[in-house]
Every structure is written in C-alpha cells, then in structure tokens.
Design a protein around this ligand. Structure first.
Ligand code: ADP
Ligand code: MG
Length: 666
C-alpha cells in the first residue's frame, strides 16, 4: 500500500489532522488499517423484550414519554421506548440537550448496553440514535474527539479510493482458504456489502495478522546472540532462597531451574512463565533479579500499572535490600527531581534493580549494565521491545510473567517467540476460594455477611465493572457503590479506588488497605492484576456478567491468599459462564473455557488499544484460525526462497518493527 498523506483528504484541516495523528494514524494506510470496532446490522434489530442483558443491543422503536431530571449535578434523560414486543426505558447521562432534540412519537434505531439500574430495572444505557431509514451494515469506529463517525467514514471512503492495496498473501494461501483479495477484503471491512462478505473479509484480516505475527516471531527467534552469560549456580541463589521465608514449591523450583539455565547461556533468555493466580511468580522474578545483581548486572522489573509497580517495589526492596541489592522505583508519577536523580544513579550503576511501569525502557532511560528485564505483563513484551533494546546496544535476558493462565494452543501462537515455563502448583495450605452466584435480590443478605466478616477483622474488595466506556462514568459508577456501602455499613471503614485518581492517591489507598486500615475497598478493575493482601478474604464482583471468565478468575485470585476461608460473590444473572466459575478454581480450566466461549479476543481481558492487539485478538475469532496460522507459517518457512514467501517474510519483518506491540499505560 502506498503511504499517502492524510492532508490529501477532503475535510481534513489542521484540527482533524491533529486528531488523527494523536490517535496514532499517520497516513492513509494507518487510516485503513484502523478497523471498525463493531458493526450494526440494521436488518436485525432485537425486540425490546428480547434484549440481552450486559450486552449492546440494537433496537428499533418508537419513542414515547421523555423527561430530564438532575441528580448529583448530572442530567439524566429518560425515555420510554416501545415496539411490537413491549416497552423498555432508555437513559442518557449528561446530555440535557436531548430533551429538545428528541421528539415523542418519533421512530428510530437505538443502540446501547442493556443494563440493570440500582433498583434492578433493565434499561438501555446511553444508546446511540439512528434514523429509521438506515439499512444494511454500519461500521462503528472507536470514537475520536472532533471526528464524528460520519466524517470519519467519509475519510475512510476517500482513502480506499486513493490507495492501491498490495496483495501480500501467497497464492497458495488465498486458494486453499478461498480468501478474498487484499483490496476486496479491506473494502468490505469498512463498507461491508453483506454479512458474508464481511465475515470473509474479517477472517482474511485475522488470518493475515496472525500469520505475519507468527512469521515475525518465528524468524526473529533464531538469530539472537550476544546475550550475557551469567553465573547462576545453586550456591549463588541460596542466600536469596534463605531470605525468602518459605521453601519454593516443586513447580517453582523446576521453573527457577529453567530460568537460571537460560541466564547461564550467552543466548538472551526469552521465557514466558505462566501459572495460576497466586502460584508465586513474583518470587521467581525476584530470584532472577537477585542473580543478575550478583553478576554485577542491573535488572528492570516492569509492571502494567503504577499500583502494581509500587507493590513490587515494596516487595523487592524488603527482600533484596537486606541482601545488598539496591532497588529503585520509576513510574509516570515520579517527580522530576527524583526522576533525575534516579536516572543518574541508574546510569552510574548505583541502582541494581529498577522497578516501574513501561517507562523503564523508554527513551532517556540509560542503564549502566542492563542484564535482565522482567515484565509482569499485561500487554505483551515482544519482538518490538527487544528490537528497541537491541538498538540501544542491549541484549538483556527477558523474562515475561503472564498475568493469566493461557491455554497452550493460544500461548504457542501469542508467545511463539518465547520458551514456555508453567508453574502448575500452588503453595501449600491454600484453602480454595468458595465462589457463589448472588442474585440482585439477595444483595441485602450479602451485606450482612460482609459486615459479620469485617467484624472478625477480615477485609473485603467490591469490584465495579467498566460499564460505560469512559473513565469518568466508570468512576461515577464506583462512587455510587461506594456511597451505598458507606450508608449500609456505617461502622465500617470503606474506601474508593478508581482509574481517575492520581497515582500517589491510589497508592495511599492501597497501602492503607494492605495495612488493614480499610475494611472494604470499592474499586474499578485497577486492582485486577497482582495486588496481594492476604487478610482480604471476600471478593464481591458487581455485574459479574460484564467480565470475561479469565478476568473474573483473576479478580477472584485477589482473595484466598492467607490461611482463612475466602469467598468470591458474583452479583448478577446466572449464566453458563458464571456457573462454570463457581464449579472450579483451576485457572487453566477457566482459561480454556473462556477461549471456547468467547474466542481469544476477550479472553485476555485486554482493553484493546493498538492496531495489532485489536486485529490479532478481536478478529481471530476462533481457535481454528490460530492453528491455521501456525501451520501456514510453518509452510512458508519451509520454503523461504520462494518469491511470494520471501516477500511475505520481508513484510512480516518490517511489519513487526513498524507496528509491533507497544506498551499502553493503563
Ligand atoms: P502470582 O503468581 O499470582 O504473582 P504471587 O507471587 O503474588 O503470585 O504470590 C502469591 C503469594 O504466595 C504471596 O504472598 C507469596 O509470598 C506467596 N508464596 C509464593 N510462593 C510461596 C511458597 N513456595 N510457599 C508459600 N507461600 C508462597
Ligand atoms: Mg503476580
């Protein structure tokens, strides 16, 4: 595809150019490769009485009564919708102008989440509106400030006309799977002719993405050398193991052995450690960092969120500093002065282990002698980060700790460039968490139980889902629950944590919770990964149906970390998924089920930012596609000299460097 300028498009002035660029869209190609986030099928609206709770629904209805009221400074506009099947309420927040725009009696399409309000009534939340004359399939893109969908679509349409799309898939692939050509598929992704054409286009895109990814990963694997061979014998780690305070489990010992063997080699380690929540991956990470330090190398420990980074920092400091390893913390909210000092220490080799967020490998962070990078991943650390480090003249060992158990089929594709270690054993003495579904009608009783447990000194998490698609409304949602809990449990110390709070503020709340100064912590999913407070024994998850299974399992893993019996309560509608979660505490079983039920896209619980994340995970709608991509990649690599294969391989290489994974701040 030719990389042509965005400025060539009609309707793109300075402001819109900027809006596009700040969304990471650099040229027409970038525009075309940004796929719609979802599609509306106007021929298939759902009846009002048949909406699916917890999902987005498209309905076609007549608008009846309309009113706007105010609560806590927010405008709340409600309308009654009616179709042949019955009635349903629609509600809009903070859009008081709707009172004037909407006309009782008018018909149209409405599209939004069907959610229960606090009283248990199902409503359509913040629905988008469309004229009743709409037909066919409409693509919806992730919203961009200053660029309404309609404008955006016109830009995409122009780009399609201006660009010539090259075919990169070898003929044998196209034929074997009867795939549409690149041009045909791109056109149908943005402006689907019909459902069949769209499905074919998306399968092609998904397969192409997976294939490129797989090829890039496989072909980058072989060449790397120039790593740092370290001494990593048993005697060397022993002081660390002695300081740890517990013996490693058998699985931990075996995996540590695999890690240390890698570190002894001069080929840079690229290893993924996965295991169920609470299996003790942190200790392994710290052991590896300790070994690197003993060899005179620096280590970086990266966490996906500031909260987690801070926690890792505390843990690393407590364990490693008495052993003579100097630990520092660097995150986005580190003050400029402190940051300067820290960077200087780092460059001079006065810091051995630097803990932080993705900032750790960003520009301007220079290491004295970087030997090991450990990531407690959420977004993956892949070829691209390694390339970036290599460009800095570094080939550190890389250890990736997976935050969720991943079924083998998926791990083999997503982490094709990594060796795999599995920690398949939990530390002894853990009592399995008891999981129960609680219907909304039993909420009162649940609060009673919470109160009693808190009376015994136990602590509680209450998790609120991402209901609305903005931080602001999610925060509001959590705030509402927070207020509710405070009212109902006046004697208990209740605190709130959400993504809109500043880093230090979040940290303070978590620290207070960890110190037992808070009885109940109401939170959005910022605590999802890795937070460790053994005295917390109850996890309450609101609107559990809104979460992926893997994510629920991850949340459940926040409790059951101490000696006490722990509980996980799922508030919401009963479903196969939730009943399954109640039936097992085996993270790999949960992961496998999630993969089967929802496909790889939702499985990782990734909030999808980047192009690749989206295509790779969302479009690879079925497990079959993963296997197919693996098989195809193998066939291409069998005959790399073939001109079509060679071109594809070339493309895969450049592709990873241009558009590989980027860490996104949470
Ligand atoms: P995860 O694998 O989910 O990151 P963590 O590393 O946070 O799990 O470990 C969970 C808890 O288990 C921590 O409190 C940790 O100290 C403890 N732990 C880890 N390994 C062992 C072990 N071998 N014996 C006892 N407790 C352990
Ligand atoms: Mg962890």
């Amino acid at each position: 595809m030719q990389g042509t300028e965005l400025g060539a498009l009609k309707g793109v002035g300075k402001a819109r150019l900027q809006a596009l660029q700040s969304a990471g869209i650099a040229d027409l190609q970038g525009l075309l490769l940004r796929f719609p986030r979802e599609y509306l099928y106007f021929e298939e609206p759902r009846p009002l009485r048949g909406v699916t709770l917890g999902e987005k629904n498209l309905v076609r209805a007549k608008l009846l009564r309309l009113r706007t009221g105010y609560a806590k400074g927010r405008a709340i506009t409600t309308a009654q919708l009616r179709d042949e099947s019955g009635e349903l309420e629609a509600v809009w927040f903070n859009q008081p102008y709707l009172q004037k725009q909407l006309e009782p009696g008018e018909e149209g399409f409405f599209y939004g989440y069907a959610l229960k309000d606090a009283a248990g009534k199902v409503r359509l939340s913040n629905p988008l509106r469309f004229a009743p004359t709409e037909s066919g399939i409409l693509p919806l893109y992730a919203p961009l400030e200053g660029l309404p969908q309609k404008t955006y679509r016109s830009l995409v349409r122009q780009a399609l006309e201006l660009c010539r799309v090259e075919e990169i898939l070898p003929d044998f692939v196209l034929q074997q799977f009867r795939l549409p050509t690149a041009a045909e598929s791109l056109a149908n992704v943005h402006f689907p002719a019909d459902r069949a054409a769209l499905t074919a286009a998306l399968s092609r895109a998904g397969l192409e993405e997976l294939l490129l990814f797989q090829l890039a990963a496989l072909s980058s694997q072989e060449k790397e050398t120039g790593g740092q061979a370290m001494a990593a014998g048993k005697a060397l780690v022993q002081p660390f193991l002695d300081a740890l305070g517990f013996p490693l489990t058998g699985a931990q010992s075996r995996v540590l052995g695999e890690i240390l063997a890698d570190m002894e080699s001069d080929r840079p380690m690229a290893r993924l450690v996965e295991g169920d929540v609470g299996c003790g991956k942190t200790a392994l990470a710290l052991a590896a960092l300790y070994v690197a330090a003993q060899n005179g190398f620096q280590g970086a420990l990266m966490a996906p969120t500031e909260v987690l980074a801070a926690q890792h920092y505390q843990g690393a400091k407590a364990l490693l500093e008495p052993l003579g390893v100097r630990v520092g913390l660097l995150t986005g909210s580190t003050k400029a002065r402190e940051r300067r000092m820290l960077l200087e220490s780092l460059e001079n080799g006065w810091v051995d282990v630097l803990v932080g967020t993705h900032a750790l490998i960003s520009e301007g962070v220079r290491y004295h002698r970087l030997g090991l990078v450990v990531t407690d991943e959420q977004h993956r650390f892949g070829v691209r980060q390694r390339t970036r480090l290599a460009q800095k003249g570094l080939s550190p060992h890389v250890l990736v700790m997976s935050a969720t158990p991943i079924p083998r089929t998926l791990a083999l594709v997503l982490y094709a460039d990594l060796s795999l270690s599995v920690v398949d054993e939990l530390p002894p003495g853990r009592k399995p968490v008891t999981t129960r579904l609680v219907p909304e009608s039993k909420r009162e009783g649940l609060y009673g139980f919470l109160d009693a447990e808190m009376g015994r000194g136990r602590q509680v998490y209450v998790i609120c889902p991402l209901v609305e698609e903005t931080d602001e409304l999610d925060a509001a949602n959590a705030e509402q629950t927070f207020g509710d809990l405070q009212r109902r449990l006046p004697d208990r110390r209740v605190a709130l944590l959400h993504g809109r709070m500043a880093g230090p503020q979040k940290e303070a709340v978590l620290q207070a919770f960890a110190a037992g100064q808070i009885d109940a912590l109401v939170s959005t999913t910022v605590i999802e990964v890795g937070v460790n407070v053994p005295n917390a024994t109850i996890m309450v998850i609101q609107n559990a149906e809104r979460f992926g299974l893997a994510q629920l399992h991850q949340l459940r893993g926040r409790v059951g970390r101490g000696q006490e019996q722990s509980w996980c309560f799922l508030l919401g509608e009963s479903s196969e998924r939730l009943r399954f979660l109640c039936s097992t505490t085996d993270g790999f079983a949960v992961a496998q089920k999630d993969l089967e039920l929802r496909g790889p896209g939702d499985f990782l619980g990734v909030r999808q930012h980047g192009l690749l994340d989206k295509n790779l995970l969302a479009l690879a709608g079925d497990v079959g596609l993963l296997r197919t991509a693996r098989d195809l990649a193998a066939r291409v690599l069998e005959d790399p000299e073939d001109p079509q294969n060679a071109r594809l391989l070339d493309y895969a290489k450049g592709y990873m460097q241009d558009k590989g994974f980027v860490f996104q701040p949470n």
